[in-house]
Design a protein around this ligand. Structure first.
Ligand code: 5GP
Length: 209
Protein backbone atom coordinates (compact mmCIF):
# COMPACT_ATOMS: atom_id res chain seq x y z
CA UNK A 1 0.00 0.00 0.00
CA UNK A 2 1.57 3.26 -1.17
CA UNK A 3 -0.19 6.39 -0.01
CA UNK A 4 1.19 9.42 -1.84
CA UNK A 5 3.26 11.54 0.51
CA UNK A 6 5.18 14.78 0.56
CA UNK A 7 8.88 14.53 1.35
CA UNK A 8 10.29 16.37 4.35
CA UNK A 9 13.58 18.12 5.00
CA UNK A 10 15.37 16.82 8.10
CA UNK A 11 18.03 19.25 9.31
CA UNK A 12 20.69 18.14 11.78
CA UNK A 13 22.76 20.91 13.37
CA UNK A 14 25.34 20.84 16.13
CA UNK A 15 28.69 22.28 17.03
CA UNK A 16 31.47 20.68 15.01
CA UNK A 17 32.38 17.31 16.51
CA UNK A 18 29.09 16.59 18.29
CA UNK A 19 28.44 13.65 16.00
CA UNK A 20 25.84 14.82 13.48
CA UNK A 21 27.73 13.60 10.41
CA UNK A 22 28.09 10.06 11.77
CA UNK A 23 24.42 10.02 12.75
CA UNK A 24 23.38 11.27 9.30
CA UNK A 25 25.47 8.57 7.58
CA UNK A 26 24.03 5.81 9.78
CA UNK A 27 20.48 7.05 9.15
CA UNK A 28 21.07 7.07 5.39
CA UNK A 29 22.41 3.52 5.55
CA UNK A 30 19.32 2.15 7.27
CA UNK A 31 16.65 4.17 5.46
CA UNK A 32 16.24 3.96 1.70
CA UNK A 33 13.61 6.71 1.65
CA UNK A 34 16.14 9.23 2.91
CA UNK A 35 18.57 11.06 0.61
CA UNK A 36 21.63 13.07 1.55
CA UNK A 37 21.95 16.72 0.60
CA UNK A 38 25.59 17.15 -0.37
CA UNK A 39 26.74 20.71 0.19
CA UNK A 40 29.25 22.72 -1.77
CA UNK A 41 32.10 24.26 0.20
CA UNK A 42 35.14 26.42 -0.44
CA UNK A 43 37.11 24.88 2.45
CA UNK A 44 39.83 22.37 1.62
CA UNK A 45 39.18 18.66 1.63
CA UNK A 46 40.19 16.71 4.75
CA UNK A 47 42.30 13.58 4.19
CA UNK A 48 39.43 11.12 4.62
CA UNK A 49 36.83 13.09 2.66
CA UNK A 50 35.70 12.38 -0.89
CA UNK A 51 34.58 14.97 -3.45
CA UNK A 52 30.94 14.33 -4.38
CA UNK A 53 30.30 12.22 -1.29
CA UNK A 54 31.10 14.40 1.72
CA UNK A 55 31.04 17.72 -0.13
CA UNK A 56 31.52 19.20 -3.55
CA UNK A 57 34.78 21.09 -3.01
CA UNK A 58 34.69 24.22 -5.17
CA UNK A 59 36.54 27.52 -5.55
CA UNK A 60 35.23 30.87 -4.34
CA UNK A 61 34.59 31.88 -7.96
CA UNK A 62 32.51 28.77 -8.55
CA UNK A 63 30.63 29.46 -5.32
CA UNK A 64 29.87 33.04 -6.41
CA UNK A 65 28.68 31.79 -9.77
CA UNK A 66 26.27 29.34 -8.12
CA UNK A 67 24.97 32.15 -5.92
CA UNK A 68 24.50 34.48 -8.89
CA UNK A 69 22.64 31.76 -10.80
CA UNK A 70 20.31 31.16 -7.83
CA UNK A 71 21.45 27.54 -7.59
CA UNK A 72 21.67 27.48 -3.78
CA UNK A 73 18.77 26.82 -1.43
CA UNK A 74 20.72 28.45 1.41
CA UNK A 75 24.28 29.44 2.08
CA UNK A 76 26.49 30.66 4.92
CA UNK A 77 30.01 31.55 5.89
CA UNK A 78 31.32 29.19 8.58
CA UNK A 79 34.86 29.34 10.02
CA UNK A 80 35.87 31.70 7.19
CA UNK A 81 34.71 29.40 4.38
CA UNK A 82 31.55 29.37 2.28
CA UNK A 83 29.05 26.53 2.41
CA UNK A 84 25.82 26.08 0.49
CA UNK A 85 23.07 23.62 -0.42
CA UNK A 86 22.46 22.91 -4.13
CA UNK A 87 18.76 23.55 -4.72
CA UNK A 88 17.98 21.35 -7.73
CA UNK A 89 18.83 18.01 -6.10
CA UNK A 90 16.72 18.76 -3.01
CA UNK A 91 13.62 19.76 -4.95
CA UNK A 92 13.90 16.75 -7.26
CA UNK A 93 14.06 14.35 -4.30
CA UNK A 94 11.17 15.99 -2.48
CA UNK A 95 9.02 15.85 -5.61
CA UNK A 96 9.75 12.14 -5.96
CA UNK A 97 8.51 11.64 -2.37
CA UNK A 98 11.92 11.10 -0.77
CA UNK A 99 13.01 12.82 2.41
CA UNK A 100 16.27 14.75 2.47
CA UNK A 101 18.71 15.03 5.39
CA UNK A 102 20.91 18.12 5.76
CA UNK A 103 24.02 18.59 7.90
CA UNK A 104 24.03 22.40 8.02
CA UNK A 105 24.46 25.15 10.59
CA UNK A 106 21.91 27.46 12.25
CA UNK A 107 22.25 30.14 9.54
CA UNK A 108 21.20 27.73 6.81
CA UNK A 109 18.43 26.33 9.01
CA UNK A 110 16.97 29.82 9.47
CA UNK A 111 17.01 30.43 5.72
CA UNK A 112 15.25 27.15 4.87
CA UNK A 113 12.75 27.78 7.70
CA UNK A 114 11.72 31.00 5.95
CA UNK A 115 11.37 29.31 2.58
CA UNK A 116 9.57 26.10 3.52
CA UNK A 117 8.49 26.01 7.19
CA UNK A 118 5.92 23.24 6.59
CA UNK A 119 8.38 20.81 5.05
CA UNK A 120 10.98 21.21 7.74
CA UNK A 121 11.97 19.09 10.76
CA UNK A 122 14.96 20.39 12.69
CA UNK A 123 17.10 18.57 15.25
CA UNK A 124 19.88 20.09 17.34
CA UNK A 125 22.51 17.68 18.63
CA UNK A 126 24.36 18.65 21.80
CA UNK A 127 27.58 17.04 23.05
CA UNK A 128 27.32 15.52 26.57
CA UNK A 129 30.10 17.87 27.80
CA UNK A 130 32.94 20.01 26.42
CA UNK A 131 35.83 17.58 27.13
CA UNK A 132 33.97 14.94 25.07
CA UNK A 133 33.55 17.44 22.24
CA UNK A 134 37.27 18.21 22.37
CA UNK A 135 38.16 14.51 22.37
CA UNK A 136 35.90 13.86 19.37
CA UNK A 137 37.50 16.70 17.42
CA UNK A 138 40.97 15.39 18.34
CA UNK A 139 40.23 11.75 17.57
CA UNK A 140 38.86 12.70 14.16
CA UNK A 141 42.52 13.58 13.47
CA UNK A 142 41.57 15.45 10.35
CA UNK A 143 42.18 19.01 11.52
CA UNK A 144 45.27 20.59 13.04
CA UNK A 145 45.41 21.95 16.62
CA UNK A 146 44.76 25.52 15.53
CA UNK A 147 41.58 24.57 13.66
CA UNK A 148 40.45 22.41 16.57
CA UNK A 149 40.82 25.32 18.98
CA UNK A 150 38.89 27.63 16.60
CA UNK A 151 36.11 25.05 16.47
CA UNK A 152 36.05 24.69 20.27
CA UNK A 153 35.76 28.49 20.59
CA UNK A 154 32.90 28.53 18.09
CA UNK A 155 31.04 25.71 19.86
CA UNK A 156 29.54 27.99 22.51
CA UNK A 157 28.06 30.36 19.96
CA UNK A 158 26.74 27.50 17.81
CA UNK A 159 25.18 25.86 20.90
CA UNK A 160 23.35 29.10 21.75
CA UNK A 161 20.98 28.38 18.83
CA UNK A 162 19.45 25.24 20.36
CA UNK A 163 16.10 26.93 21.22
CA UNK A 164 15.43 27.53 17.50
CA UNK A 165 15.09 23.78 16.80
CA UNK A 166 12.06 21.44 16.98
CA UNK A 167 13.96 18.63 18.70
CA UNK A 168 17.11 18.55 20.84
CA UNK A 169 19.22 15.46 21.50
CA UNK A 170 22.20 15.01 23.81
CA UNK A 171 24.56 12.68 21.96
CA UNK A 172 25.91 10.63 24.84
CA UNK A 173 25.57 7.23 23.21
CA UNK A 174 25.60 6.98 19.43
CA UNK A 175 23.08 4.12 19.11
CA UNK A 176 20.60 5.85 21.39
CA UNK A 177 20.88 9.13 19.47
CA UNK A 178 20.44 7.31 16.18
CA UNK A 179 17.31 5.56 17.49
CA UNK A 180 15.92 8.88 18.72
CA UNK A 181 16.37 10.56 15.36
CA UNK A 182 14.94 7.55 13.51
CA UNK A 183 11.89 7.77 15.78
CA UNK A 184 11.51 11.49 15.05
CA UNK A 185 11.63 10.74 11.34
CA UNK A 186 8.99 8.02 11.63
CA UNK A 187 6.66 10.26 13.63
CA UNK A 188 7.10 13.24 11.32
CA UNK A 189 6.41 11.07 8.26
CA UNK A 190 3.13 10.00 9.81
CA UNK A 191 1.86 13.57 10.17
CA UNK A 192 -1.45 13.97 8.37
CA UNK A 193 -0.30 16.98 6.35
CA UNK A 194 2.56 14.99 4.81
CA UNK A 195 0.36 12.09 3.68
CA UNK A 196 -1.18 13.96 0.79
CA UNK A 197 -2.76 10.81 -0.69
CA UNK A 198 -4.80 10.08 2.46
CA UNK A 199 -8.10 11.60 1.26
CA UNK A 200 -8.04 9.43 -1.86
CA UNK A 201 -7.15 6.35 0.18
CA UNK A 202 -9.93 6.96 2.69
CA UNK A 203 -12.44 7.53 -0.15
CA UNK A 204 -11.55 4.12 -1.54
CA UNK A 205 -12.01 2.56 1.90
CA UNK A 206 -15.45 4.10 2.22
CA UNK A 207 -16.54 2.91 -1.22
CA UNK A 208 -15.71 -0.66 -0.25
CA UNK A 209 -18.19 -0.59 2.62
P1 5GP B 1 32.75 21.12 8.47
O1 5GP B 1 33.71 22.06 7.82
O2 5GP B 1 33.18 20.65 9.83
O3 5GP B 1 32.38 19.97 7.54
O4 5GP B 1 31.40 21.94 8.68
C1 5GP B 1 31.42 23.13 9.40
C2 5GP B 1 30.00 23.58 9.66
O5 5GP B 1 29.38 23.96 8.43
C3 5GP B 1 29.11 22.50 10.28
O6 5GP B 1 28.36 23.10 11.33
C4 5GP B 1 28.20 22.11 9.15
O7 5GP B 1 26.95 21.67 9.61
C5 5GP B 1 28.09 23.42 8.39
N1 5GP B 1 27.69 23.21 7.00
C6 5GP B 1 28.07 22.22 6.16
N2 5GP B 1 27.48 22.36 4.96
C7 5GP B 1 26.69 23.46 5.05
C8 5GP B 1 25.79 24.10 4.14
O8 5GP B 1 25.60 23.72 2.99
N3 5GP B 1 25.16 25.21 4.61
C9 5GP B 1 25.33 25.68 5.88
N4 5GP B 1 24.61 26.75 6.24
N5 5GP B 1 26.16 25.10 6.76
C10 5GP B 1 26.83 23.99 6.36
Amino acid sequence: MNIKRRGLMLILSSPSGAGKTSIAHALLKQDSHLKNSISVTTRSKRPLETHGKDYFFITEDQFKEMLDNDELLEHAEVFGHFYGTPKKFVFEQLEMGFDVVFDIDWQGTQQIAQLAPNDLVTVFILPPDLPTLYERLKSRAQDNDEIISIRMNEAASEISHWPEYHYVIVNQAFEKSLAQIAAILTAERTRRKRQIGLAEFVNQLRQCG
